[in-house]
Design a protein. Sequence first.
Length: 250
Amino acid sequence: MKKTALITGATSGIGRATAHEFAKHGINLVLCGRRQKRLDSIEKVLSKQTHVHTLNFDVRDREKTLEAIASLPKDFQDIDILINNAGNAHGLDPIQTGNLDDWDAMMDINVKGLLYVSKAVIPGMTERQSGHIINIGSSAGKEVYPKGNVYCASKHAVLAITEGMRIDLNPFGIKVSAINPGLVETEFSEVRFKGDNVADNVYKGYKALQAEDVAEVIHFAVSRPAHVNIADVLVFCTAQASSTIVKKSQ
Ligand code: NDP
Ligand code: 8X3
């Protein structure tokens, strides 16, 4: 039987690549994001391969998030796979000069938004006693780097929530995984640096991970046999050894 996956942050980067990867494997898709035009164009393309439904909501808005997921048509209501991917870094500043709006955005989207979406999806999984939740963490959830303070805290929280979910949902046979990428060339740095041209240099001089590389790892995790759970994965590009060590050409 075909599975249904709900992917947050499906309008760009890792989420969009995962939607393409899942469509290739015939997984039904609920694609979420705020940019309606992008949702429409992705739906148009992927509908040729699988069934697609789109939901437009901001994960920061608790009511809208719960309402949107509750509004799913019958055919898309049973979510087998939840990819909690929506998120970004906002700013790269030392703690003493950090921007409060940036801090709010990272905690509200990366942590609270992930919780709101999970709250809406988990009851169906516990009732059916099956499901797979994949939280997109980061190498920043395992290692704090200079000026990363609040972003790293938000991703450390994602890892703690992942472990908590795995423990609490264990009696229901629900798999919970964290996939933690290092540097991935997406719109991430454009968002982090607010369109500033600093973003142009982040992926220069080495081959960063591509969104498709991460999507393949995510699909690998969801396609394991029922008794196998890929609990936690750290994925770097070859040039990256840690958050601060990246081998670049001159
Ligand atoms: P992108 O900026 O390319 O994609 C971010 C996605 O999140 C977009 O689809 C965006 O959709 C969605 N999103 C952002 N804010 C909200 C919001 N308030 N409500 C709903 N959706 C939102 O970045 P990536 O693909 O790189 O990032 C995806 C995930 O991967 C994030 O959690 C990020 O922290 C993580 N990650 C990224 C790494 C990297 O180096 N790129 C490395 C490690 C982890 P829209 O704007 O349409 O709402
Ligand atoms: C994104 C990777 O190193 O920019 O989570 O924090 S990093």
